[in-house]
Design a protein around this ligand. Structure first.
Ligand SMILES: NC(=O)c1ccc[n+]([C@@H]2O[C@H](COP(=O)([O-])OP(=O)(O)OC[C@H]3O[C@@H](n4cnc5c(N)ncnc54)[C@H](OP(=O)(O)O)[C@@H]3O)[C@@H](O)[C@H]2O)c1
Length: 251
């Protein structure tokens, strides 16, 4: 039976890499994008070239009021593309980073980060529960910055810390349906995140590489395969865990 994963923020970066590795593992994908429709279409083409099915849907995870209509769009896509009423895995990956000192952080910056990384994850998952198959799983994206502190990330990391706690409650309250919920916490990875600074600014790249036991920063291919593997039945007994994927950053 086909496994279908819904990945938020699947147009670029870690979400896109995860989508591609799910396809390589034989799964199909519904991926969402906020504004980069062309990138999302090219992610779909990449998955189709691997012989799997994929659909791209627009979603702003900050726009809670749109979630009911989004669920209806997912329901239609499941029916028309797969002849199914449910999908199997939800990957709450969409997000952005913002670096601001604690003393300077505005209420608008705080609200933006919490809306996307906590409130959006909470209510999107709640809204999609009737479409998530029993026996499925949820993976929520956190960050290595919930374990170590790095100046400038107080609001971002507090939001990610909240999603780690939320993940445990999802595991507790959805376990009766056989649904697992885990958090993955990437270290510094070369993507467009934070304006691409880890990838594009040599001083940043070198400084994070020096903090990492394996001696370099991460690339998307270090994350996607690990998430795809976590979703698979090989990891069916892994539940309510925070799994750091960082090459040993700050140990
Ligand atoms: N890269 C790192 O170093 C790192 C480290 C730890 C944790 N993380 C976490 O990993 C996740 C993915 O980050 P990334 O590095 O892949 O970032 P990225 O390359 O900037 O990609 C971000 C993705 O999220 C989508 N997105 C952003 N804001 C959104 C919103 N309000 N609603 C819906 N979609 C939205 C983007 O859609 P569009 O393409 O349409 O804009 C894009 O698909 C995030 O949760 C991030 O906090 C990243």
């Amino acid at each position: 039976m086909t496994n279908i994963s819904l990945i938020t923020g699947g147009s670029r970066g870690l979400g896109r890499n995860t989508a591609s590795h799910i396809a390589k593992h034989g799964g199909d994908v519904i991926l969402t994008y906020r504004s980069q429709e062309e990138e999302a279409k090219s992610a779909v083409a990449e998955i189709e070239a691997l012989g799997r099915k994929a659909v791209a849907l627009q979603l702003d995870v900050e726009n809670i009021a749109s979630f009911a209509a989004f669920a209806q769009t997912v329901r239609s896509a499941l029916h028309s593309t797969w002849g199914s009423t449910t999908f199997n895995h939800l990957v709450n990956n969409a997000g952005y980073g913002e670096m601001t000192d604690f003393a300077e952080t505005t209420e608008a910056q705080f609200d933006g980060l919490f809306n996307v990384h906590v409130k959006g994850v909470f209510f999107l998952t709640q809204t999609l529960l009737p479409l998530l198959a029993d026996g499925g799983s949820i993976v929520n994206f956190s960050t290595g910055l919930t374990r170590v502190s790095y100046p400038g990330f107080s609001a971002y990391s507090a939001a990610k810390g909240a999603v780690e706690i939320l993940t445990n409650y999802m595991a507790k309250e959805l376990g009766h349906r056989g649904i697992r919920a885990n958090t993955i916490a990437p270290g510094a990875i070369e993507t467009d995140f934070l304006g691409g600074s880890v990838r594009d600014i040599p001083a940043y790249n070198e400084s994070f590489a020096k903090m990492t036991a394996l001696g370099r920063v991460g690339v998307p291919d270090d994350i996607g395969p690990a998430v795809a593997s976590l979703l698979s039945s090989d990891n069916r007994w892994v539940n309510a865990q925070r799994i750091e994927i960082s090459g040993g950053q700050n140990i």
